[in-house]
Structure formats: C-alpha cells, structure tokens
Design a protein around this ligand. Structure first.
Ligand SMILES: N=c1c2ncn([C@@H]3O[C@H](COP(=O)(O)OP(=O)(O)OP(=O)(O)O)[C@@H](O)[C@H]3O)c2ncn1[C@@H]1O[C@H](COP(=O)(O)O)[C@@H](O)[C@H]1O
Length: 135
C-alpha cells in the first residue's frame, strides 16, 4: 500500500500545532543552527539554496494538479492530500529560508477573512485605474 493510501484519521483541531512543530524543526536545520546536509533532507535543501527548494515547489505543485486530474478520472483522491503535504512541506522550507513561519501565512489569511475575492479584485482594478488616470 502506498503511503497516501493509508487510512489516516482526520486532523485534530489542534493540528496547526504540527505546522508550528515542523517549522521549529526546519529552523533547527538551518546552516547557522548546525544543520547537517548529510543527515537531514531539510538541511540539504537549505544548504543547496533557493534553486533547490524552489524547483521542488514547482514539481510538487505539478504533482498536486496531476493527482487532482487523476482523481477526476476515477483515481485515488487520497493522493491529493499526500501531494499537498509534499507541497506544504517544501513551501515551509522556503518560508523558513526567507525568514517567515506558517503563523505569518495564517495571519495573512486572517487579514483576508470575510473579504470576497471578487470584491478584492474589483477594488484592486479600481485602484489601478485611479493610478493610471493620475499619471
Ligand atoms: N515532512 C517532511 C517531508 N515531506 C516530504 N519529505 C521529503 O521530500 C522529498 C520529496 O521528494 P520527492 O517526492 O520528489 O522524492 P524524491 O524523488 O526522493 O526527491 P528528490 O530526489 O527530488 O529530492 C522526499 O525525500 C521526502 O522524504 C519530507 N522530509 C522531511 N519532512 C519533515 O521534516 C523533518 C525533518 O527532516 P530531516 O531534515 O530530513 O531530518 C522530518 O522529521 C519531517 O517531519
């Protein structure tokens, strides 16, 4: 059985703690904190630098899309969760490199809470129009 086919329980309400714990582990793998590239995958990615983990983000995002398309055609929908976990993990490595944590992303999502995407886009277009009219 592939890892993504294992029957895992739904995440608990406190599962965001897992993101905080993972962020702390990723932080501890930074070269400045003694991360060892020969022993740790995260340390290896951070040691290689942005090109390495940004490439992985691109690959994992594509794998999410492929898993979803497979599910649309009768494939195992559970694979989507497995691939999104890979994507989140690699984006967390990137966040750490650039000095951010999952809490920063959650804060941004909270800032957007209650603002419709359609409304936000209309506001943005109106702002662009106002700037263009002034220049
Ligand atoms: N969550 C993860 C995690 N998710 C995915 N991966 C690794 O990310 C890689 C994903 O790449 P692919 O699926 O493309 O597999 P691959 O073909 O082997 O990858 P590449 O050869 O392209 O690197 C695999 O090596 C996975 O093992 C992860 N590695 C680590 N973590 C977490 O990070 C912690 C620290 O890990 P280390 O730094 O390795 O100790 C671990 O305890 C985990 O909690």
């Amino acid at each position: 059985m592939a890892a993504h086919e294992s029957a895992s329980p739904a995440a608990s309400p406190a599962s965001h703690d897992a993101l905080a714990r993972l962020a702390a582990v990723i932080e501890s793998r930074k070269p400045a904190h003694g991360g060892e590239p020969d022993k740790s995958y995260v340390a290896r990615l951070l040691h290689k630098g942005p090109d390495a983990f940004l490439k992985k983000i691109g690959e994992e995002a594509t794998e999410v899309v492929m898993a979803a398309k497979d599910a649309d055609h009768g494939g195992d929908a559970g694979k989507i969760v497995y691939e999104v976990a890979d994507l989140w993990f690699h984006t967390m490595v990137a966040l750490a490199h650039y000095g951010f944590t999952p809490a920063d992303v959650v804060a941004e999502l909270e800032r957007r809470e209650g603002t419709s995407g359609i409304e936000e886009k209309a506001l943005r277009k109106a702002e662009h129009r106002a700037i263009e009219e002034r220049t």
